[in-house]
Design a protein around this ligand. Structure first.
Ligand code: MCN
Length: 778
């Protein structure tokens, strides 16, 4: 490992620029002649649109365009599509409807866009929007998953009267049922995982620019996968050649899974730009975010764990209801509902398991992947039912886990839900985290809290997730005539530190110093290909593509160096940035070789001038980052305030590229989990379907004082599935956090007989739970 190579805890190169305000976000961009767009959004959860009066808005000062769904239809603007094949319980095909861009005859959730106004200034656009008159005929709405499947529930779509889009199942139903029949104990619980919003620092935005001279469309937007956004716009929405579209991201101020490719504002700013002949800019404010964006999680899980005589796990049966909101616009809207169900057996050897998922429509915003995308939910299910089983059957919760963990000797291990865990030492993680967290002395600390009239609890969660799933990624290296290099990546940084991580990987491979490397992401005209950043894949897959392209550079460089050093190719060894003639001290740096590559006279006949290569990587299977989390809390029964006293993580993300940025990722992930547990929640009023949490006054976000210092210890077991030995890490913190924290809170509350407390643990809800039991307690 060189000074800048893999494993070095370097501070992020990009931070100075970003902290000094040097970032370029969508809102910072101003194109010559740009007009401003805003959207009239539905005030109703469900209503028929009877009439829309646009004349006053069209005549308002500064207005250059007012558009509704019929304008889009008249122009043949397309929509996104679901390509997954799923069916309903009766075998009929799944039901899905993509968002039409602007609502047609009905609005289906509060915030559903109805009209687009474009004006010289944003204020003029907003003023004109006020002049649009829409006659809505309100209809009954349904805004909760459990209500959606009730027989009397209003239908979100007339064509889908039971609100069930489809069902999906994994595992062996018959075998699992047999295991349950033979089991000694069965523990049953219902768990609810709330709906949340990513609340990235940069609210979404888009600038669409149509250039009639070149007949080209350029979208500036904060998206996670610029190439795929481009492909969807070209292929599905505008139905034009892909090369007529360009997507540029600039810096992206957080995305967390929900900045996807099917948002309607992307296509509408581009389309409107073509209509009015000027660039069109839309940026959304914090309240509009909650209305316009896809939300995360929102799941009900009915869980059954079957145990044998001495606490061995013999079967797991789970039925989930996943709330997908009002529209199902693309496959990515479903990812969180099914992709991670197979990790519901967690780190445990459970010989038979079956999971059944029902995807239901409601009059709410659509849902999408949100940091973890089903993995935190999966670990929540298994880790909570283990605690509940231990409590109900009077087992020690650590011993119960210990006896059922998959042993490291069993690796590679194929679970009953079909996952192949390639490596890891789950028992080591757990023993280490217990030691770091002083689990053994917890009862003493609990006594101290009791003496102060406080409830203290501790919770553990062993986590595992699928990360960096098979899929292509791309890297390109271009040396210039001075010997410095530009690295073009198909991934897209949203705050993960790619500029630093990728320079470290390239530095490790080619011996270049960080200032000799420039990293470019996020422009489809500049980067040839990319799948983008999600599913904690950039380091594993993008980083491995860097290894592939670096190998090609070394191979070509070897030929050039051999020629210059008058040696045979096979006598050249590349080490730490230099090509050596083996057995001598004669050598050339890679920079010298790169400079020579542009001087044809210095090259052998069979070597083409220049030093540019591309590389790709596709893993054969997912990596399985895993770890153990312990959370310790104290609750004041008088106020219901939960204080996080301690949080310890032992994490195995394989080879650690940068221990410092990794810690940052784990910290951020854990806090995102704690935020959901303690306070965050998207709340719709159940009867009216109104969104009650559309600002930071109502949607509580965790602040530094709400969490504690988070201890992160690495326990790397490098995987052989990629040349780096790395596993994904960007979501790992969140995956274990909601389970560990909720187990801790329930452990604290169990002192007064509450063991079924569900998130969020706001002071009021905790206080209520305590007070419902208080007479008995007293
Ligand atoms: N890393 C490491 N060693 C490893 C793996 C990762 O040192 N073995 C460090 C590297 O610094 C790397 C970072 O962790 O840059 C994240 O790596 P990776 O697991 O490859 O994740 P991605 O870069 O693909 O990021 C995606 C992931 C996801 S899916 C979500 S959601 C998420 C997350 O990253 N969204 C984020 N972290 C986020 N962090 C910020 N600030 N903003 C977001 O929107």
């Amino acid at each position: 490992m060189g000074a800048f190579g893999v494993g070095q805890p370097l501070s992020r190169f990009e931070d100075g620029r970003l902290l000094r305000g040097g970032g370029m976000y969508v809102a910072d961009r101003a194109l010559p002649g740009q007009a401003y767009a805003c959207f009239l959004r539905s005030p109703h959860a469900h209503a028929a649109i009877e009439a829309i009066e646009l004349e006053n808005a069209r005549n308002a000062a500064g207005v250059v365009g007012v558009f509704v769904s019929s304008d889009l239809a008249a122009d043949g603007l397309g929509r996104t599509a679901v390509t997954l094949k799923r069916s309903r319980s009766d075998g009929s095909p799944m039901f899905w409807r993509a968002h039409p861009g602007l609502a047609e005859t009905r609005v289906r959730h509060v915030g559903d866009p109805v009209a687009m106004v474009v004006a010289e200034s944003l204020d003029q656009a907003k003023d004109a929007m006020e002049l649009i008159e829409v006659s809505f005929a309100p209809m009954p709405a349904v805004t909760a998953s459990d209500l959606a499947i009730a027989p009397s529930a209003p239908a979100v779509w007339d064509e889908c009267p039971d609100n069930v889009s489809h069902v999906f199942e994994i595992g062996n139903w018959a075998q699992t049922n047999r295991a349950f029949e033979a089991a000694r104990h069965v523990v049953r619980r219902r768990y609810v995982v709330t709906r949340v919003h990513a609340q990235y620092m940069e609210p979404r935005g888009a600038i669409g620019q149509y250039d009639p001279k070149e007949n080209r469309y350029t979208l500036y937007a904060d998206v996670q996968y610029p190439h795929r956004v481009r492909d969807v716009l070209a292929g599905r929405i505008f139905r034009k050649p892909t090369h007529d579209f360009r997507v540029v991201t600039g810096d992206v101020g957080g995305a967390f899974g929900t900045k996807g490719w099917q948002y309607i504002e992307h296509r509408l700013t581009l389309w409107a730009s073509r209509q009015i002949g000027r660039p069109v800019k839309w940026t959304c404010d914090r309240s509009e975010c909650l209305l316009a964006d896809e939300h995360g999680r929102d799941l009900i899980a009915d869980v059954e764990l079957a145990l044998g005589d001495h606490g061995s796990f013999v079967g797991l049966r789970v039925r989930t209801i996943s709330n997908i909101g009002a529209y199902l616009s693309s496959d990515r809207n479903l990812l969180a509902t099914f992709v991670n169900l197979p990790t519901m057996v967690g780190t445990y050897a459970i010989p038979s398991a079956h999971v059944h998922m029902t995807a239901v429509f409601t009059n709410q915003s659509a849902t999408a992947p949100y940091r973890g995308a089903g993995r935190p939910e999966a670990i929540y299910v298994i880790e909570r039912i283990i605690d509940d089983a231990a409590r109900e059957l009077k087992f020690d919760r650590i011993s119960l886990r210990r006896q059922n963990l998959i042993p490291s000797e069993a690796m590679p291990y194929v679970t009953s839900l079909g996952m192949r865990y390639d490596c890891g030492d789950f028992a080591r993680n757990m023993e280490d985290v217990l030691a770091f967290a002083d689990w053994g002395d917890f009862e003493k600390r609990r006594e101290e809290s009791r003496a102060k009239g406080l409830l203290r609890g501790i919770g553990i969660a062993n986590s595992i997730e699928r990360a960096a799933s098979p899929g292509l990624e791309f890297a390109e290296i271009r040396f210039d005539t001075s010997g410095t290099a530009t690295l073009f990546m198909g991934t897209l940084n949203q705050g993960q530190g790619h500029d630093t991580t990728f320079r470290q990987i390239l530095s490790e491979r080619l011996g270049l110093k960080p200032d000799e490397i420039r990293v470019v992401e996020g422009d489809t005209d500049t980067v040839a290909f990319g799948m983008g950043t999600m599913g904690s894949r950039s380091t594993v897959i993008g980083g491995s593509a860097i290894c592939a392209v670096a190998d090609k550079i070394i191979e070509k460089g070897r030929k050039i160096a051999a020629h210059l050093l008058e040696a045979a190719d096979q006598d050249i060894r590349f080490e730490e940035g230099r090509f050596f003639v083996i057995g001598t001290d004669r050598s050339l740096s890679i920079g010298e070789v790169a400079r020579s590559a542009f001087q044809p006279a210095k090259l052998p006949d069979d070597v083409e001038s220049g030093l540019y290569e591309t590389g790709t990587f596709t893993p054969k299977q997912d990596t399985f980052p895993n770890g153990s989390h312990v959370c310790e809390v104290e609750i004041d029964p008088e106020t219901g305030v939960v204080q996080i006293l301690r949080y310890v993580v032992v994490d195995d993300v394989g080879t650690v590229i940068n221990p410092k940025t990794l810690k940052g990722q784990i910290h951020g992930g854990v806090v995102q989990g704690l935020g959901q547990v303690l306070m965050e929640q998207v709340v719709y009023e159940r009867s009216s379907g109104q969104l009650l949490t559309a600002s930071f006054m109502d949607y509580a976000m965790p602040r530094a004082q709400d969490v504690c210092d988070i201890e992160v210890h690495s326990s790397p077991h490098p995987t052989s599935l990629n040349p780096l030995g790395a596993k994904g890490a960007g979501e790992a913190g969140t995956v274990g956090a909601i389970a560990a924290a909720m187990n801790a809170i329930n452990d604290a509350l169990s002192e007064i007989g509450v063991t079924d407390f569900e998130m969020p643990a706001t002071p009021f809800r905790v206080w209520q739970a305590i007070n419902q039991r208080r007479p008995a307690h007293a």
